[in-house]
Write a protein of this length. Structure first.
Length: 550
């Protein structure tokens, strides 16, 4: 202990009282423990820091734990620093706090009455014990700073070697750091402080090893700030870090609130979407069996009506045979003001109808871009966006429905943008009711409405029949195409033989070989087909004729 009392109750300590006087009082047995009032003795030497000890060892809480040399030196150095740094402050060793019956290693009582306790902790107590003592100080209205002995500090290791960027924080040091945002270690040999401050933290290397930049400075230059001990430079760094931290927290909070508002908006829009979808679905079902093509035209602009009539005439469609495949309901049809009969028929006509290799693939984003151009010309009216929903969702979903008929086939599992044309022409299929069945199945195949329909079996049978008709029609057309191509190849070969300026010997042999393959029911590869097509088109262009018609 650093404090004893004389026979008059005066407090004495080795710093403020002459050593000779203390030795005399000790020899005369005039020194007493301030707590238990038993006789104490004075001890000092070259290897021992001056202090007091009980002559005997009574059950006294004041001197219950043996003090190390580091602990004694640390208390003295903290006291000396306070006296020099804050001359107006009353500083006392081993100050007893009546409210909690604690005894602080050093107390500083400021002119305004504020009490600040300093504990020099060199033994490895548990973090839970520190929490209890810290709570008692708080209860007494005393701010407490715990400074650990340098012997408690350990560096971490990298590849077996000491790494000064890594610090091992066990129970006590870790608890102090987590609670107060800093932990200090006092080197009593150099009278310097090693500070680990949260604004210098980088990351946790493990449960007990922290990657953090240490601050080392002389105790002499240290100052007490609101919530930590440090230097002006550390204070400035902390302030910069703290301002940035608050800024990031504010941004994070704003981002969180923005995300929350966005979620709420999406939820509202989704509810609106479900209501609108149900409304449009009911309208669709109500119109499915009663609406005529003339009634559909009344919902179109003049430009749209002109395009629709041209397409109806081109394909020979009327109320009796208009394919149900062009009256499909998707969840996003409401994004279009133009009737589905128009834009779905237009997609078929422009991107699927009679498209042969190498033009037998559909890139959906290209269709979307074309819709923009068509809108500028007064055809196709649609909402660009409605909340998070885009009009192109209707197009993508429509192609998913076309996949059900094997009219097209999605290429790859990861994207719905690319489709292979499996059948480039629809077979004739008369009967308004039959076509409505197909429209109904394609629209609600994934919904329970099909399963609950009174005509479930009939609708499904009609759909499967139509799907098989598409397959057979494709096979029939392939035969017709092959026969037409054979005819063209024969004409081209004869023209090349009689007119050498139209080609060369290799082309004659190549065309003859391709014709033989087709006659023997072999299919041409895409590369062969393209080459044949280029030769035929060149001859037709040179002679300004059509090989089939001629």
């Amino acid at each position: 202990m650093f404090v004893a009392i004389d026979q008059f109750g005066n407090k004495l300590n080795p710093i403020e009282t002459e050593e000779e006087e203390l030795r005399l009082l000790s020899k005369s047995k005039m020194l007493f423990c301030p707590e238990c009032l038993t006789v104490a003795r004075f001890a000092s030497g070259e290897q021992v820091t001056a202090h007091f000890k009980h002559v005997q060892s009574p059950d006294c809480t004041y001197d219950s734990e043996p003090e190390t040399e580091e602990h004694l030196k640390g208390k003295m150095q903290i006291r000396n620093w306070l006296v020099k740094r804050y001359p107006e402050v009353y500083v006392e060793f081993e100050y007893k706090i009546k409210e909690t019956n604690q005894r602080a290693d050093v107390i500083a009582i400021f002119p305004d009455g504020k009490r600040v306790a300093f504990e020099m902790q060199c033994s490895k107590i548990q973090g839970s014990v520190w929490k209890e003592r810290h709570a008692l100080y708080k209860k007494a209205g005393i701010q407490d700073f715990w400074i650990l002995g340098n012997s408690v500090h350990k560096y971490g290791k990298t590849e077996g070697k000491e790494d000064r960027d890594k610090h091992q924080l066990l129970s006590l040091a870790s608890t102090i750091y987590q609670t107060q945002g800093a932990v200090l270690f006092l080197n009593t040999n150099s009278i310097s402080v090693r500070g680990l401050y949260k604004h210098k933290f980088k990351y946790m290397h493990s449960d007990t090893i922290m990657k953090i930049d240490e601050e080392i400075y002389s105790l002499e230059v240290a100052k007490i700030y609101k919530n930590f001990i440090g230097t002006d430079a550390i204070k400035d760094d902390f302030k910069t870090w703290y301002v940035e931290k608050l800024k990031k927290e504010k941004e994070a909070k704003e981002q969180e609130e923005k995300f929350k508002r966005e979620q709420e908006r999406q939820e509202r829009e989704y509810e609106e979407f479900l209501i609108l979808k149900e409304k449009k679905r009911e309208e669709y079902l109500a119109d499915l069996n009663s609406t005529t093509l003339e009634q559909v035209k009344t919902k179109m602009t003049n430009n749209e009506k002109e395009l629709f009539e041209r397409l109806l005439k081109k394909h020979g469609y009327n109320d009796a045979n208009f394919p149900g495949i062009f009256n499909v309901f998707t969840d996003y049809n409401y994004m279009f003001h133009s009737p589905p009969q128009l834009w779905q028929l237009w997609i078929y006509d422009k991107y699927i109808y009679r498209k042969n290799p190498p033009y037998d693939k559909v890139w959906v984003p290209k269709i979307k871009d074309q819709f923009y151009k068509m809108r500028e010309s007064g055809v196709f009216r649609f909402k660009y966006k409605h909340g998070d929903y885009h009009f192109s969702f209707a197009i993508y979903e429509y192609f998913e429905r076309l996949n059900l008929l094997n009219l097209v086939e999605q290429l790859g599992y990861q994207t719905t943008k690319y489709h292979q044309i499996m059948a480039n022409e629809l077979p004739p299929f008369s009967g308004k009711e039959m076509n409505n069945y197909i429209a109904y199945y394609l629209s609600f195949e994934n919904e329970c409405s099909v399963a609950s329909s009174d005509k479930t079996h009939e609708i499904r049978e009609v759909f499967l029949l139509y799907k098989d008709m598409i397959r057979q029609f494709k096979e029939y057309n392939n035969i017709q195409v092959d026969e037409e191509l054979i005819t063209k190849l024969e004409y081209a070969k004869n023209l090349l033989i009689v007119s050498s300026e139209l080609g060369n010997e290799w082309e004659i042999k190549f065309i003859s070989k391709m014709a033989d393959l087709l006659k023997n029911n072999y299919k041409l590869s895409q590369k062969q087909y393209v080459k044949v097509k280029l030769i035929i088109e060149r001859i037709e262009k040179q002679l300004n004729i059509s090989l089939v018609r001629n």
